[in-house]
Design a protein around this ligand. Sequence first.
Ligand code: HEC
Ligand code: HEC
Length: 447
Amino acid sequence: MRARQLLIMRQKDTGENVPITDVVKSSLRGRQKQEGGIVKHRVGAVVLAVVCFTLGLVVQRTYDAWHADRLQLANEQPVTVKPVWTPAQVDRSKIDFSKQPLWAWGATEPPKLDEKQAVQFAPGVAPAAPTANLSPEELNRGRHVEGSRIEFSIAGVRAATNRGGIVDWFPEDHQNPIPDIITRGPAALGKDAKACGLCHLSDGSGRPENASPAGLPTEYIMRQLNDFKNDLRHSSDPRKGNSNTMVMLAKAMTNEEMRAAAEYFAAVKWRPHEQVIETDLVSKTRIQGELFIPTAKELTEPIDKRIIEVPADVEANQTLRNSRGTWIAYVPIGAIQKGKDLVTLGGMKIVNGQIVQGKTTPCGTCHGIDLMGVPPDVPPLAGRSPSYMAREIFDIQQGARNGSNSNVQLMRMVVAKLEPEDIINITAYLASLPVERQSQDRLVLRR
Ligand code: HEC
Ligand code: HEC
């Protein structure tokens, strides 16, 4: 009704209602009758105006359509890629969790059957709340770590890490300027990105709960990043949120970012970070962020079948993110020698003058006799975190970690028969080794 009313106009003279279009037509006719010749000019002007208006409309419409196409095209350019957090695709149904070295995951129970895949730092996941309730003075007080002239407050460290950025205590330990990928993370993730140096520390020294990419061969790092990206490498435990985040970050990286990160980490000189101590008893610990933190000085708890790897200095390593921080790995008594037997001889024994093959192959066959790795494919093992190595051995054994390099399948055969206790012994021995290339005359297999 309302629409129809709008189109109707009341005729002044006759008083009847007529549609508005008819009013325009008849008024034009009326004027023609009254004003004769002049009317023709007026009509010409009106027609011209209508034509101009219509032309203008057509031009405007055409421009709009063309402009919209252009906008559409611009939106399809890779420059404006939206943040992409792509979850890992992995089948964990065949993993035998009864053999999982739980201590290496900072866990006390294996994952549940229907355990959901945890993700650390993904958008929407709130950062862990600051643990200590410090006064403003304490928060802002300048702090130091041994060997560094730089001063940071806890507030400063938190501000950097809450943004997903890094804390750089030792600029002399790495190349400068640091590539953006290390300080900010993959550009495609925008403000949700996490810097490589956030978890792996400014120079890639890494921590037991993640990995130490510092000093690894460039091509090995490139392959790992691509293997994460292509869902070939995963943690067997779905609760390992930081490994899942690592996969998502790799999926968001460009090839150029991967290369910049790989070259940066590969150029870092590898320093020892581990001290291995054999013991029956350890101090009580709590598990925080997949890591054991001592809660007392006294050694009162049986070590049992575990390695307990703890920060040598809790404030420097945990609160201040010191890249030169060191770690103490408490291992069961006798573990280092048993590990040496497996690593150097594969557990082979001579019984009654007969060689009895062991359950594995000497690791040096591929990892180099000094266990410092063989570039470009085989990573070093000497002096690395026992927790990290134990997780990787289990992941490779259980097939959660695969790779584009066929040697990973060989590595799987090598570790296929290892029991949880063998993994403790092997990683205790490997972690205790010096982080240095040995001269040729020392490269002799000795028991
Ligand atoms: C959320 C913390 C986190 C961030 C941020 C992170 N990583 Fe990782 N990274 C990990 C974890 C955890 C692992 C071990 C994965 C596993 O095997 O379970 C890992 C493993 C690696 C490895 C394999 C090392 C080896 O010895 O095989 C490389 C290389 C690596 N990361 C590079 C990077 C780069 C480059 C970036 C920046 C884009 C990055 N990481 C950002 C947590 C992180
Ligand atoms: C047949 C050759 C071969 C032998 C023998 C071998 N490995 Fe490996 N290992 C590899 C290769 C290749 C890789 C790298 C896999 C990849 O590219 O993902 C690897 C990776 C590893 C890793 C993961 C390192 C990292 O940075 O993530 C650990 C830990 C490891 N090996 C331990 C051992 C131990 C312990 C032994 C001996 C019991 C052993 N390996 C014997 C070939 C071998």
